[in-house]
Write a protein that binds this ligand. Sequence first.
Ligand code: HEM
Length: 125
Amino acid sequence: MAEIQTTTVSVAVQPEKTAEAPAVIPVDVDNIYTRDELLIHNKDGDLWLAIDGTVYDLTKFSEEHPGGQKILLGVAGTDASKKYRKYHGDNILQRYAKDYKIGTLKIDIPAKESKGLFSRFKRKK
Ligand code: HEM
């Protein structure tokens, strides 16, 4: 009777790779929004506004805003800096900014002025 030979093959089982967190390099990237982008978010359930160049998403906060939701809806999607200053001191934003800031408002520079400060003094060829 023929003998059945068995060979043992040892397979090196690689230990399962542990799900290591990818190296996250913190970079301070700011979202920059144009006035047109800001304007889209002008309603209940989607309420953004800008104060002094910073864009805030106040969708959730508007429901608990001590000054009421209605007044925020009135300036939703716009630069509300002037109205904001009328009713609040600086300390309020310091407290809330980190929770609601989502980016920066893009500064619109009219094409005429964007040529550079000294462009008008440049010699014409
Ligand atoms: C990031 C944006 C805003 C935050 C965090 C904020 C927060 C607050 C807080 C904490 C208060 C209570 C003030 C206090 O207890 O002294 C308040 C009151 C008020 N807010 Fe705002 N607010 C914001 C934007 C605005 C804007 C844009 C307007 C107007 C268009 C407005 C109008 C008012 C009014 C009328 C009051 C009541 C003031 C009073 O009772 O004397 N708020 N807000």
